[in-house]
Ligand binder design. Structure first.
Ligand SMILES: Nc1nc2c(ncn2[C@@H]2O[C@H](COP(=O)(O)OP(=O)(O)OP(=O)(O)O)[C@@H](O)[C@H]2O)c(=O)[nH]1
Ligand SMILES: [Mg+2]
Length: 659
């Protein structure tokens, strides 16, 4: 490792010295992130991380290997933070709030760890934010060898901040077990957002686990296997130089059950035995090589990034102040054009938002009117008491019965509204988004290439531009029906939607069109939680007038019909208003997202201009000083090229061996 460590040090030195020279901190800009690399050098253990989308079975898989239900598993997103499992004489768990483990650990029992690491999800689908971000759990169990550590991670594609924590840990591990779900293996989203990230960090040894294979019908299994192997081969071709690309087809659930029952033959049938053997062999035979190769790859890419960065930065030094002024002036026209284009994009978005608002509102409102017509015929169960028609009861008892009927209708209505909002309306929004994207695509692409052209002219350096990446991500998000999900975090744009504020409502809230009449008896509050928008609506209905006309000798049909027609009437009257409330919230979200696209475009324009203005400032320096700086930068670039070559040399035997 000696020579690699030396190369690492050389890159660090260049990075630091160049930062001083350019006045920009390469670490801050994320051009190079070497801190975690150092910790990989210094760590003596071999660390394998289990990665994958939520509920793909990562925790179950580790439990199966351990032969113990150590990690919580559930059908809902479960694992709340990164958990590092390692061998220890005594069972113990350390919890850290901070990934860097700078503060003192909270040492807890295994049970307490299990409670903390399990996400608590409430009925609305919201989860309590976990108090910790990392657990280090020691167990006196040999798993792949005492010096091997296994990392369970919070599922990606579930929550942006948890995803970020998981992905940032990728830098600190040596190899990856990637778990994908057999019923939809290797989705485009997975390969594009996670696996590419894994490769970019230099990982070349990946075990692919296609889990939940028990869910695939026997006659389809061959086909699924072929497809998965194909996918992996395709990835390998695209991201060349992969050393390990085994694909395992596993049922972690069956494996865990079998292992707990001591039935090793069944463990074997589940696919786990083969995977585990292969992992063991890998840890024994390849671990040291893998550690070197991964680090070397990562260092090489860092050197390349840094060199490009320096070249970019030095563009200004190469020209005189006069020249720079001229190019900046000559770019004035294109700058204006770009600003006009951006304004055009904003106008299109605004018109689109209004159109969505109108359409969705009309659709929702019409649906509510339809529901109100159907409502009286719904089969809503009332209390058994009512079946005995004609029974005389007290006014209080009658109110109680009416309230139970109302509850029945309320929840039936709530269910239907939820389904309609989260399925039909979201589908409509999705279609709208796709159409908008089709419209904006050429404009965004044009904008980006004009900007790129201008940047190249100003700086004298051209770079691969990211236009298609923005469009690609937009397309993905739009096709998933909104931007509620996770966007690729490495995108250079800011357009994550903000939190949507729920419309506060409840019993007595004067929310729905003045329907809530305070003081009337039996105020009825409907709280609609409509995922994914998280909007709550209130319908207040005064019950007093309804009950007043029903005699104390209630009959089931009569009371029910009264109540139902009353609710139906209220619903019909407030349909427009409810739809309006819903749409208003949804639209805030959409507007934020799509204006964010325009914002990121103008931010980049601004960056380009500021860069060149800074260069002009710099170029006021005396020519001799500039020459000296140029020479120094050139030396750094040369040094980085040398480092790249040295890393290539270092890697050659390993790459040859793998090939
Ligand atoms: N049918 C089947 N179900 C499985 C299998 N593996 C896991 N499951 C189930 O899938 C659900 C999710 O499993 P977990 O192990 O919690 O998944 P995870 O990837 O750790 O999920 P997060 O922690 O949320 O990222 C649980 O209900 C498991 O019982 C499998 O091989 N087959
Ligand atoms: Mg889990």
């Amino acid at each position: 490792m000696g020579s690699l460590q030396e190369l690492y040090q050389r890159i660090r030195d260049v990075s630091e010295q160049a930062s001083g020279l350019m006045g920009t901190d390469t670490r801050e800009q994320g051009t190079i992130r070497l801190e975690s690399t150092r910790s990989v050098f210094e760590r003596e253990t071999f660390r394998m991380m289990v990665l994958g989308e939520f509920s793909s079975g990562k925790s179950t898989l580790i439990n199966a290997m351990l032969g113990k239900r150590l990690l919580p598993t559930k059908a809902n997103p479960t694992t709340a933070f990164t958990t590092l499992l390692r061998w220890g004489e005594n069972e113990q768990a350390e919890l850290y709030r901070d990934m860097d483990r700078r503060e003192q650990a909270t040492v807890v029992s295994t049970e307490r760890f299990q409670e903390e690491v399990a996400l608590q999800i409430d009925a609305e689908g919201a989860s309590r934010e976990p108090s910790f971000s990392l657990a280090v759990v020691s167990q006196p169990l040999e798993l792949l060898g005492r010096w091997v550590e296994i990392v369970d991670s919070a599922g990606v594609n579930e929550n942006p901040s948890r995803e970020q924590i998981t992905l940032s840990f990728l830098e600190e591990v040596d190899a990856i077990v990637y778990v994908t779900d057999a019923s939809r293996p290797f989705t485009l989203h997975e390969t594009k957002n996670y696996l590419e990230q894994v490769y970019a960090l230099g990982h070349r040894d990946i075990f692919y686990v296609v889990n939940r294979f028990d869910l695939i019908d026997e006659e389809e299994q061959d086909e699924v296997m072929r497809r998965c192997r194909n996918e992996v081969a395709k990835l390998e071709r695209r991201l060349a130089g992969q050393a390990h690309n085994e694909v395992h087809f596993v049922s972690a659930r069956d494996a865990l059950r079998a292992r707990l029952a001591g039935d090793e033959a069944a463990v074997e049938r589940s696919g786990l035995t083969a995977l585990q053997k292969s992992l063991e062999l890998f840890c024994l035979r390849d671990a040291a090589r893998v550690k070197f190769v991964r680090l070397a790859e990562y260092l090489r890419q860092t050197a390349i990034r840094l060199r490009k960065h320096l070249q970019n930065q030095s563009g200004g030094l190469a020209r005189t102040t006069q020249e720079l002024r001229e190019v900046l002036n000559s770019a004035e026209a294109s700058r204006e054009q770009l600003q006009q284009d951006e304004a055009k994009i904003r106008r299109i978005v605004e018109a689109w938002v209004n159109e969505v608002e109108k359409d969705v509102k009309a659709e929702f409102s019409a649906h509510l009117v339809k529901l109100s017509a159907q409502l009286p015929s719904w089969d809503v169960k009332g209390p058994g008491l009512l079946d005995r028609a004609g029974r005389v009861i007290t006014p209080g008892g009658r109110d109680a019965i009416a309230n139970q009927i109302i509850d029945g209708y309320t929840s039936a209505l709530q269910r239907r509204m939820q389904v309609f909002c989260s399925v039909d309306l979201e589908e409509a929004v999705k279609e709208h988004q796709t159409r908008l994207l089709e419209r904006l695509s050429p404009l965004i692409r044009e904008y980006e290439s004009a900007l790129e052209e201008m940047r190249a002219r100003l700086t004298g350096v051209s770079e691969d531009h990211l236009a298609d990446q923005l469009l690609y991500s937009l397309a993905l998000s739009a096709s998933r029906g909104g931007f509620g999900g996770t966007l690729p975090f490495y995108m250079p744009f800011r357009f994550r939607p903000g939190e949507v504020t729920a419309l506060a409502a409840g019993i007595g809230a004067a929310g729905a069109g003045g329907l809530a009449m305070a003081g009337a008896s039996g105020m009825l509050g409907l709280g609609f939680a409509v995922p994914p928008v998280g909007i709550a609506l209130a319908v207040g209905a005064a019950l007093g007038p309804v009950l007043g006309t029903v005699s104390l000798a209630v009959s089931s049909g009569k009371l029910r019909a009264k109540v139902a027609s009353h609710i139906a009437e209220q619903l019909k009257q407030s349909a427009d208003h409810i739809a309006e409330q819903y749409v208003r919230n949804r639209v805030v979200d959409l507007r934020a997202v799509w204006n964010g696209v325009a914002d990121s475009l103008s931010e980049r324009l601004h960056e380009v201009i500021t860069d060149i203005e800074r260069s002009i400032d710099q170029s006021r320096l005396d020519e001799q000083e500039k020459q000296a700086k140029r020479d120094e930068l050139y030396r750094y670039e040369q040094e980085l090229t040398n480092i790249e070559v040295a890393i290539g040399e270092f890697l050659r035997p390993y790459v040859a061996e793998a090939a």
